[in-house]
Design a protein around this ligand. Structure first.
Ligand code: C2E
Ligand code: MG
Ligand code: MG
Ligand code: MG
Length: 281
């Protein structure tokens, strides 16, 4: 009996691994068609401003509606898009789409002040990136000051002069730059002054269990203070509970997380902005 059960378990295990690889293979094979077949969608997660006590920003988060696999998370396909170079076209589609959406919201009179777009280092490395971005803004007719690019903290490590100049050019266009997921990578605090950025986005991993962990709280508060001393705005992401929201209410400029709002499908954004009377205290 035990043996039979063991064998059975082994089979189930085996099938789930096979399923995993089949899915992975399909993702890799189908990804290049995702844009032309209109399978990508942007969800938007609202960002709450502590001072204005209302939602002022949106972060665009890409989703892939695969015809047979359903909705696929960016964690499952962005790394592949980066490896294959597909991220360049995909990223341009994402920038264009999010800027159009922002323009539309502004035209309709919504009081939103920024649209945050995640950018891969691979996009920045592509020749002509800044020029193409400038063209997109012009075509859509949106002021770059409404747009914030989120790059992970590995940009702090950039030594390449060419790339540093590109970052500078982006900033000169009027775009803001945020360091995303701060505190999860390998960059040390000593890299912070090497690079000028507008917003520091504290990683969800940094704030887990903050209410019970005094040492962690000390580190997080010191990092936020440091960012403020450097003249940066701060945003804490991954706020999942009321107690986290209360904890951070006077320690950062913006908050983002499931407790405030999940990422919204495009058709739900306007209703959310109209009807949400959320307030942290
Ligand atoms: P990210 O930029 O750090 O985005 C935040 C992620 O955390 C999102 O996952 C969001 O749905 C999730 N999140 C938000 N609030 C909470 C919360 O309270 N609790 C928890 N547990 N999670 C929360 P998502 O949408 O699956 O995106 C994952 C990552 O994929 C993003 O991390 C970003 O690095 C990347 N990504 C997403 N969209 C794009 C894109 O358009 N371009 C590029 N290059 N990368 C993207
Ligand atoms: Mg982000
Ligand atoms: Mg993040
Ligand atoms: Mg991330």
């Amino acid at each position: 009996y035990v043996k039979a059960k063991g064998k059975n378990n082994y089979q189930i295990y085996d099938e789930s691994i096979a399923y995993h690889y089949q899915r992975q293979f399909k993702i890799e094979k189908d990804l290049y068609k995702a844009i032309e077949h209109n399978q990508l969608t942007l969800y938007y997660q609202p960002q709450y401003c502590m001072r204005k006590k209302t939602f002022v920003g949106l972060e665009a988060l890409v989703r892939w509606k695969h015809p047979s696999l359903g909705i696929i998370s960016p964690a499952d396909f962005i790394p592949i898009a980066e490896e294959t170079g597909l991220i360049v076209n995909m990223g341009e589609w994402i920038i264009r789409e999010s800027c159009k959406r922002m323009k539309e919201l502004l035209n309709k009179g919504y009081k939103v002040t920024k649209m945050c777009v995640n950018i891969s280092k691979k996009q920045l490395e592509k020749e002509g990136f800044v020029e193409r971005i400038a063209t997109i803004f012009e075509e859509i007719g949106i002021a770059p000051t409404y747009i914030e690019f989120e790059l992970t903290e590995s940009i702090l490590l950039i030594r390449d002069n060419e790339l540093l100049q590109r970052m500078e050019k982006l900033k000169n266009l009027g775009i803001s730059i945020a360091i995303d997921d701060f505190g999860t990578g390998y960059s040390s605090l000593s890299y912070l002054p090497n690079f000028s950025f507008d917003t520091l986005k504290l990683a969800r991993e940094m704030i887990e269990g903050i209410e019970e962990n005094e040492k962690r709280a000390t580190v997080v508060e010191a990092v936020l203070d440091l960012a403020h001393l450097l003249g940066c705005k701060t945003i804490v992401e991954g706020i999942e509970t009321e107690s986290q929201a209360t904890y951070f209410q006077d320690k950062c400029h913006y908050m983002q997380g499931y407790y405030l709002s999940k990422p919204l499908p495009p058709e739900a954004v306007e209703t959310f902005l109209e009807e949400c009377h959320f307030a942290v205290k």
